[in-house]
Design a protein around this ligand. Structure first.
Ligand SMILES: [Zn+2]
Length: 72
């Protein structure tokens, strides 16, 4: 008989979370350097490439645009 009767989910400090970027289930713990994201890609905002497609808004005239004197 051994003392390895560790219940699933209690084998470490990690816990299950949902990546705030891509909504995929991932781990929050020392082994996940990108926490609370699922990956460094999500943490770095790479997901924005497709997210902007969904959240894109029509370009509205900016009344303060006249102050743009920084050039391109
Ligand atoms: Zn993610």
């Amino acid at each position: 008989m051994s003392a390895s009767a560790i219940p699933p989910g209690l084998q470490g400090p990690e816990r299950d979370i949902t990546c705030p970027a891509c909504r995929k289930p991932c781990k929050y713990g020392p082994s996940n350097e990108a926490r609370p994201f699922c990956s460094l890609r999500c943490r770095n905002g790479d997901f924005g490439a497709w997210a902007t497609e969904s959240y894109r808004v029509p370009a509205a005239p900016d009344p303060t645009a006249e102050q743009d004197s920084e050039g391109d």
